[in-house]
Design a protein around this ligand. Structure first.
Ligand code: PAP
Length: 289
């Protein structure tokens, strides 16, 4: 079987962290932590995708949290509004299951007709389960200025791991490239969203997103301000001030549990300029602007 043939785990990359050691595994060219590596193998073996699934995909720290928040608000807008939505009390990452971590929840959604079709993943295109590629389901892919991705990663890991690790594997370009190449072959099935464009004109991208995943806003909804309400609900200002996102913990039972607030840092374009300062660059010969 393909999985068995290509099952090459290399627990050779170790990052010291506060509680014990975190071992990274390389699989099909990309690194992952143990639990997500094992989840990937499981998903590739047993996940049976449906054509109606919508995959929300991204490389970490490209603003998956915002995309998940918007997608969830769009597909559940008939059932809940801004005062009853689960988003007020639950971290967006827990509203949409992660394929390589929450396979049981994804399958529960499959078995319960009426539940939404959203599935999230950080997997590179080449590691997706074959059933998912074969199903020709739709994929939404978000990307962001690489310099802000590096800073977002740095700050996140600094908080989680409590030290800066300068050899953390960074596979951003390969991740984007895999989905981009696939989008050339699967015309109309993969939507690319750019974080900076989304921030500049959220209305346009939210409408494109809704239409792409099959939840087009009606003229009446547009007139009634439903699009603007969803944008306001999912905004950084609103989400980062909710109690659940200020004080909750994501996956508290696990080895690598994460404080929810770390998913809401600053959401500022060009924050990298505050890190890659002239002082730090002086003498290196590296010019960034
Ligand atoms: P993940 O890969 O761990 O899921 P991801 O959501 O992709 O993280 O990236 C986190 C970024 O999204 C943070 O950016 P920053 O580090 O530059 O601040 C976070 O602030 C930003 N973010 C989270 N929620 C929102 C939102 N509602 N609107 C805009 N940006 C957001």
């Amino acid at each position: 079987m393909e999985d068995d043939d290509s099952f090459k785990t290399c627990p050779q990359h170790t990052i010291s962290r506060l509680k014990g050691n975190m071992t990274m595994y390389k699989y099909l060219g990309f690194w992952n932590i143990k639990s997500l590596h094992e989840g990937t193998i499981l998903a590739r073996k047993s996940f049976k995708a449906k054509p109606s699934d919508v995959l929300i995909s991204s490389c970490p720290k490209t603003d998956t949290t915002w995309l998940k928040t918007l997608a969830f608000a769009i597909v559940t807008r008939d059932k809940f509004d801004g005062s009853t939505t689960q988003l007020l009390t639950t971290l967006p990452h827990e509203c949409i299951p992660l394929l390589e971590h929450d396979l049981e929840k994804v399958e529960d959604n499959h078995n319960n007709a009426g539940l939404f079709p959203l599935v999230a993943t950080h997997l590179p295109y080449t590691s997706l389960p074959e059933s998912l590629v074969a199903s020709d389901c739709k994929i939404v892919y978000i990307y962001r200025d690489v310099k802000d991705v590096i800073v977002s990663h740095y700050c996140f890991l600094h908080e989680v791991v409590k030290l800066f690790v300068d050899d953390v594997p960074f596979e951003y370009w390969d991740h984007i490239w895999g989905y981009w190449k696939a989008s050339q072959e699967r015309l109309g099935r993969i939507l690319f969203l750019k974080y900076e464009d989304m921030k500049e004109d959220p209305t346009n991208d939210v409408k494109r997103l809704a239409e792409f995943i099959g939840y087009l806003f009606s003229i009446e909804e547009e007139k009634a301000g439903v699009v603007e309400n969803i944008i306001k609900l999912c905004s950084f200002e609103n989400m980062s001030n909710l109690e659940v996102n200020k004080s909750g913990t994501h996956r508290p039972e696990e080895d690598v549990s994460i404080e929810n607030r770390l998913y809401f840092k600053k959401a500022k374009d060009g924050d990298w300029e505050n890190y890659f300062t002239d002082e730090k660059l002086s003498g290196t010969g590296l010019v960034l602007k």
